[in-house]
Design a protein around this ligand. Structure first.
Ligand SMILES: Cc1ncc(COP(=O)(O)O)c(C=O)c1O
Length: 393
């Protein structure tokens, strides 16, 4: 008895599905057009092998690009894959990279430990020091300038338009990691960045259930160069993960609108609680960038990250975080659930307390990634956790 040739493989519906199908297929049937593209461009434009491109993954990339106001988006297997692939594409031995000192820990390792192995000189600048950016760029004439819109956990802003102007004056490309700010609060490409990167693991997908990254740019040639490295380094996103990112993106704007509103409310009120020394939030009037840089970089919403500075230092902060009942003590950010973490034992554990202080990371800092539980519930949770911690102490 002969079986039909792999039934289901060619099923399509005449009408379009509301939700993109998950093309969980590594490979696609080749035809003349596919061969032509493979032989012409190296296979960048046809769907033929999922490490090169995949329709479900591209649906997620195109959706991010729409939010970012970008011509092109390309998904990667993680935020780090997006960062590493982009930097290695843009830099060559003998080049100089001018980068912010305040970057995500693994980005810092990449910049300090890995890039110098390939003969790349690295100059580091405080993210918020526009004078220092300008001087370093003029003096060192880098190929690439790199920073994060919002630094962690100080939530200081990089003055993207000023840094972009200085970078372009010496022919450098400005690459911005927009993970903390998100395209809801700012579109770095529209204020001078050449490439933006997001860890889509965070706010873009928003449900703490997928690791993914994304690169956005208006520069077609550059995007293809980065895509070629994504292909050779192997940092492509799996189609099922691509679907999860796509699905999360359907609620991106409503999630962010609510989370930013809640974050602002918490930032304005938690500061009055006993045992809270201060609240760091770019929407507060006492934030050092609120009046100067923020109106140009994050004109309306100021993000969903809030950093509390608790009285009693890191020891009390540890007691407080252990007593949270609505928020969860966990690393990462950007999910529908509120997450709380302490820089001293998570994101910045490998710095000495003196180094942390010099970087503006104060004892007692507790970082909140604000979720969708509602302002009152989160505020009450922080209040009861502080009371419980004081009882324990
Ligand atoms: C600002 C920032 N950039 C990049 C990354 C890396 O993202 P991923 O974990 O998706 O590789 C992170 C992760 O926490 C981050 O916070």
């Amino acid at each position: 008895m002969s079986l039909p040739h792999r039934p289901g493989r060619t099923y399509t519906s005449r009408t379009f599905p509301v939700v993109p199908p998950i093309y969980q297929s590594t490979t696609f049937e080749l035809d003349d057009a596919a061969y032509e593209d493979i032989q012409g461009t190296g296979g960048l434009h046809e769907t033929w092998y999922s490490r090169f491109s995949n329709p479900t993954v591209q649906a997620a990339a195109d959706t991010v690009a729409a939010h970012a106001g970008a011509r092109h988006g390309m998904m990667t297997s993680s935020g780090m894959a997006a960062i590493a692939t982009t930097l290695v594409t843009l830099l060559r031995g003998g080049d100089t990279l001018v980068a912010s000192k305040q970057v995500y820990g693994d980005t810092n390792d990449l910049i300090e430990r890995d890039l110098p192995r390939f003969g790349i000189e690295v100059i580091r600048i405080d993210a918020w020091d526009s004078e220092a950016w300008r001087d370093a760029i003029e003096t060192h004439r880098p190929t690439v300038v790199y920073g994060e819109t919002l630094s962690n956990p100080q939530l200081r802003l990089m003055d993207i338009p000023t840094v972009a102007e200085a970078a372009h004056a010496v022919g450098a490309k400005l690459v911005v990691d927009n993970t903390f700010a998100t395209p809801f609060c700012t579109r770095p490409l529209s204020i001078g960045a050449d490439v933006t990167i997001d860890s889509a693991t965070k706010f873009l997908s928003g449900h703490s259930d997928v690791i993914a990254g994304v690169v956005c740019t208006d520069d077609t040639e550059l995007l293809e160069e980065i895509q070629r490295r994504m292909i050779t380094f192997g940092g492509s996103l799996d189609p099922h993960a691509g679907y999860l990112v796509w699905r999360g993106l359907q609620t991106f704007e409503v999630r962010l609108r609510e989370a930013c509103r809640t974050a602002r409310g918490l930032a304005e009120t938690l500061v009055d609680e006993t045992g809270v020394l201060g609240v760091v939030y770019p929407g507060r009037d006492d934030h050092p960038d609120a009046a100067s840089v923020a109106p140009r970089v994050m004109p309306e919403a100021r993000g969903a990250m809030v950093t509390l500075v608790l009285d009693g230092g890191d020891e009390r902060a540890l007691e407080v975080i252990r007593n949270l009942r609505v928020a969860t003590e966990a690393t990462s950010l950007g999910g529908v659930e509120t997450l709380a973490s302490l820089p001293f034992n998570s994101s910045h554990f490998n710095m000495s307390s003196e180094e942390r202080l010099a970087a503006g990371i104060l004892p007692g800092m507790l970082r909140l990634s604000v979720g969708l539980e509602g302002e009152d519930r989160i505020r009450e949770d922080v209040r009861q956790a502080m009371k419980a911690a004081d009882g324990a102490g």
